[in-house]
Design a protein around this ligand. Structure first.
Ligand SMILES: Nc1ncnc2c1ncn2[C@@H]1O[C@H](COP(=O)(O)OP(=O)(O)OP(=O)(O)O)[C@@H](O)[C@H]1O
Ligand SMILES: [Mg+2]
Length: 716
């Protein structure tokens, strides 16, 4: 179908936008969606391979509906990084639509969103917005769910499922467009949504799938040599990729493997790169090093690898560095990325070749084959539309029989079906409270009725299992004091309402409330309480070799911790792991650098940022709960702890951090030079101050303390 056939059928501005973007022909899944009612506001589920162009189907629905006054559009994606990528794309492609991005702060109603027509967000953030009763909910006319197969994810899937059920429940005329990877039961999803299924095998670039064994690649019976042999199969394939002037993503099972392979492949790749590119790579390497104020060992490893045109990519790397790597790979400066599954999650980084080195992964106590769906997502990234007319997906076999298994299971195999993961108790607890707190549900029958509309109920045609668990969960919420029962009604208590808004697990909240009551106001006490929350999972683990060290540490902190369970208690292991995680935070606020944390705990810069983000949210929640308890004694220590966690500083630096231009490093330098108060800054000769914090900051500081400034305002 030609784009020109859309003229007159979609708003002029949208049509012009598509043409201006250089689109000429609609791809088969897109044309099928249009022929099957996309423009008539039917619910549509598109299930097609990676890079087949699913997004455009969603875009057409959103923009058409907005321009025609059919309400706001909400575009839900599974990852924050994906949301930012989508946002950038939308504002560039459709500048006439007021588009907003919201991904942070779960305790806010984001009033400003009322003025926007298109809201790009994650399922957790959207769920939290509903809990804050945002007034524009009823104005949603289009809901897009990108990567809807995520329903299968044990951690994130249930929130997505509840979100869709909730919105469908109170929006009568909302068009739903759900986009999915190729899964076996996409029809089940579209039947659940009362929509039309668009299923297509279309790929913009042909994909050749093959298995490497014994120095050659077997592409469905056609054997290809891959250049000069090398002892390590993946290095052999990497060198062949470079020799062909192409690029490759190599998928491995863990962060450590990704780093190890990038280091190992470095010299071989580096030798094959020209001098001019080497200069550019050196420049990129310096840029990567500059991202953090004090580069860690990991930053140095990334920077070193990049010099050879090969690097690693995983969630432990700081977001800014990941972006630099992705851009350089798109521009063909970086040739090889060794990566973990994060890379396959919808981010637009196509490569000529996708090599899946590890088809087995450790889980449940043994090594097991990864799902076919996952394999298809990896190799599906192969092929660069418009640049190459072929992509290659290559796996590595260890034996002849291994090769046959891979062919049968993965290359000729069908992706699995997806299954609802809604029945886990902590998940039901969280969402049951959310529904009761918003006033949407006010009786047990209605709660069961709500869950009977979920994908879980649709898929299993039986909710007795959930009903039984809901009874338990409601009793628990009642015991925690978060809901009250009146005749046949279930109503939220004030504290239950607040817990739901704070977007924390009810059990975490209950534990916080209990501990706050008995608090000794020591940082370690709060840290341990915080690390006992589900939100902080997975915790750092104590290895058996470390057990003795940590047992001794317990004695050092015995007085400061909440009640320690006995070593025979089932809770003990969890407590010890939470303790180790708390010590990580304690070291951080005692101003240990990221390098020390990496050495001591194996904490990468990316993981640290993620931990700090969760910690900020949980300490904030504790502060809010303390307020609700009327508990003044915990408030100031919690407020201080939150700032200490944010900056990674001891308490003594907090006053200095209030000055504009002063971060953890400058504050420490000033403090050590005995410049600690407004009066000290006033008194310090300008040149002396400039020597400590630099000329610009020194001038800024002097301006902030001009005589007459209220000292109280500046200091805590
Ligand atoms: N009709 C079209 N003509 C030319 N290019 C197109 C067309 N439709 C989409 N594209 C381009 O194809 C690329 C992939 O599209 P898109 O991101 O929508 O893939 P997807 O199906 O969502 O894949 P994934 O499973 O990776 O999320 C984009 O760069 C997009 O601009
Ligand atoms: Mg997509």
């Amino acid at each position: 179908m030609k784009i020109s056939e859309l003229k007159g059928r979609v708003p002029e501005k949208l049509y012009e936008g598509l043409v201006a973007h250089g689109l000429d022909e609609l791809r088969p899944p897109q044309a099928m969606a249009i022929e099957n009612g996309l423009l008539e506001r039917k619910n549509i589920v598109v299930s097609s391979p990676t890079s087949s162009g699913k997004s455009l189907v969603a875009e057409i629905a959103c923009i058409k509906n907005i321009v025609e006054g059919k309400g706001k559009a909400v575009y839900v994606v599974p990852l924050k990084a994906l949301a930012s990528e989508k946002y950038k794309e939308f504002i560039k492609k459709y500048p006439f639509v007021k588009t907003a991005l919201t991904i942070g702060d779960y305790d806010s109603d984001d009033r400003w969103l009322a003025n926007y027509d298109l809201v790009i967000t994650t399922s957790e953030k959207m769920d939290s917005l509903i809990r804050h009763s945002v007034p524009w909910l009823s104005c949603i006319g289009t809901l897009v769910v990108d990567e809807v197969h995520m329903i299968d994810d044990p951690h994130r899937g249930p929130t997505l499922e509840v979100l869709i059920t909730r919105l469908r429940n109170f929006l009568n005329s909302c068009q739903i467009v759900a986009l999915s990877a190729t899964i076996n039961n996409a029809k089940e999803i579209s039947d659940w949504l009362g929509g039309v299924l668009i299923k297509s095998d279309y790929r913009p670039v042909e994909l050749k799938e093959g298995v490497y064994f014994n120095g050659v690649v077997d592409f469905n019976g056609i054997v290809e040599n891959v250049g000069e042999k090398s002892a390590v199969p993946e290095i052999h394939l990497i060198k062949d990729t470079i020799a062909k002037h192409k690029s490759a993503l190599v998928f491995v099972s863990s962060r450590r493997n990704a780093e190890g392979l990038a280091k190992k492949a470095g010299p071989a790749v580096g030798n094959m790169i020209g001098a001019e590119e080497k200069v550019q790579l050196e420049k990129l390497s310096r840029q990567i090093l500059k991202v953090l104020e004090t580069p860690t060992k990991q930053c140095q490893t990334v920077a070193e690898c990049v010099k050879n045109g090969v690097t690693f990519h995983h969630a432990g790397i700081v977001a800014k560095q990941r972006e630099l790597i992705e851009d350089a790979f798109r521009n063909r400066l970086i040739k090889i990325i060794c990566c973990t599954p994060t890379m396959a999650a919808g981010i637009n980084v196509p490569a000529f070749r996708c090599i899946v080195r590890d088809l087995k992964r450790y889980g449940g106590g043994y090594m097991d084959w990864i799902p076919v769906l996952e394999y298809k997502q990896y190799v599906g990234r192969a092929g660069r539309p418009g640049l190459e007319d072929l992509g290659e997906g290559i796996t590595i076999a260890k034996s002849e029989s291994d090769k046959e298994t891979i062919k049968e299971k993965y290359i000729d195999g069908e992706p699995e079906e997806i299954f609802s993961k809604l029945s886990a108790e902590p998940i039901l607890r969280m969402h049951a409270l959310g529904l009761i707190a918003s006033g949407e549900i006010n009786s047990f029958d209605r709660l069961v009725d709500f869950f009977s509309k979920t994908f879980f109920a649709f898929q299993y045609q039986d909710i007795s299992r959930i009903k039984y668990k809901l009874e338990k969960v409601v009793d628990e919420l009642f015991e925690f004091g978060f809901i009250k029962k009146e005749v046949k009604m279930i109503l939220p208590t004030l504290i239950g309402k607040r817990v739901a808004e704070l977007y924390i697990d009810p059990y975490s909240a209950y534990n916080m409330l209990e501990n706050l009551n008995k608090s000794n106001q020591k940082p370690m006490y709060y840290l341990q309480t915080m690390c006992s929350c589900f939100e902080m999972y997975p915790l750092l683990r104590i290895k058996s070799s470390e057990l003795e060290v940590f047992n001794n540490k317990f004695f050092d902190f015995e007085e400061e911790l909440p009640e320690v369970p006995s070593p025979w208690d089932t809770e003990y292991e969890r407590f010890v792991n939470a303790f180790k995680t708390s010590l990580l935070f304690l070291d951080w606020i005692n101003e240990n650098g990221e390098d020390v944390l990496y050495e001591k705990y194996g904490e990468t810069p990316g993981a640290l940022r993620n931990h700090l983000y969760i910690a900020d949210w949980l300490v904030y929640a504790m502060e809010e709960l303390a307020k609700l308890q009327g508990n003044k004694k915990d408030l100031t220590p919690l407020r201080k702890l939150r700032t200490q966690i944010k900056y990674g500083v001891k308490e003594e630096l907090l006053n200095l951090l209030r000055f504009e231009g002063v971060g953890r490093i400058r504050a420490r330098k000033m403090y050590d030079a005995k410049i600690r108060t407004v009066a000290d800054i006033r008194k310090a000769p300008a040149e002396h101050l400039a020597k400590i914090v630099g000329k610009k900051t020194s001038e800024k500081l002097k301006k902030q303390v001009v005589s007459g400034t209220d000292e109280q305002k500046l200091l805590m």
